[in-house]
Design a protein around this ligand. Structure first.
Ligand code: ATP
Length: 234
């Protein structure tokens, strides 16, 4: 059974028809990447999954249709969304941000365990434990945003442009962590404009253009595809 499935999803912002029937599947244990240029509909696809977009069509997660669920119920069911622009709480410390990520977890010991587990991926955050999130570098904030998403112990991570605006060395670090999380069993849907690195880390990819999937294939085959190279990897 697939973990996540979108069937003919259309999304709208008022009169703007942003998604024109997106169909895609993410299987357990996969990294699937959604690549496409600015405004193609990548973020909107993630929002539709999370219940944050006006949509028609179907979204299925772990065998249940969740299309009509409220965002908090979707988040509580095992889907973690790390939105574009790493929306951490700038005034709160790393510790407080992580605790906010575990808002529905009542067991204090479990929260501590999850924070320690997150630090295994992000040792930098441990050094910054009592620092306000907003005073950290862009890369550290991105790490905090991902770490916070892990606090709910999700089954799937939806990552929206995690490499955006980061220096190359930090971009590499973020992709290494994505790889590591997946090696440890995390299923990931990765939205990226950095198509080259996204396809290198992913198992499969979908190419979205003006709200439609125009191509889907194994990541290695997409990387070797002339059309993709010209449009997205040049
Ligand atoms: P980017 O990388 O720039 O975020 P994207 O592929 O994620 O691009 P979306 O943000 O999903 O693209 O946008 C898809 C379409 O919907 C675009 O035409 C965009 O202008 C439009 N759109 C996105 N958000 C809104 C909004 N809040 N109100 C109106 N139109 C929107």
């Amino acid at each position: 059974m697939s973990m996540l499935e979108l069937k003919k999803v259309h999304a709208y912002y008022g009169a703007i028809h942003a998604l024109h029937g997106i169909t895609l599947t993410v299987n357990p244990g996969e990294i699937v990447t959604l690549i496409g240029s600015n405004g193609a509909g990548k973020s909107t696809t993630l929002k539709a999954i999370c219940g944050q977009a006006k949509m028609t069509g179907e979204v299925w997660f772990a065998g249940k249709e969740i299309s009509s669920w409220q965002p908090h119920r979707i988040a509580g069911s095992g889907i973690a969304h790390v939105p574009e622009g790493r929306k951490i709480f700038p005034k709160l410390t790393v510790k407080e941000n992580l605790e906010m990520g575990a808002f529905s977890v009542k067991d204090k010991k479990l929260i501590k365990t999850r924070i320690e587990q997150a630090f295994a991926y992000f040792p930098r955050l441990k050094e910054r434990y009592h620092q306000a999130g907003g005073t950290m570098s862009g890369g550290e904030q991105q790490m905090l945003a991902i770490a916070r998403a892990l606090m709910m112990n999700p089954e799937i991570l939806l990552l929206d442009e995690p490499s955006m605006g980061l220096a190359p060395v930090l971009v590499d670090q973020i992709f290494d962590i994505i790889h590591e999380l997946n090696e440890d069993g995390m299923t990931i849907l990765l939205v990226e404009q950095n198509a080259y690195q996204a396809l290198q880390v992913a198992h499969r990819g979908y190419v979205i253009q003006t709200g439609e999937i125009i191509l889907q294939d194994d990541a290695a085959r997409l990387l070797a595809n002339d059309q993709i190279q010209e449009a997205y990897l040049a």
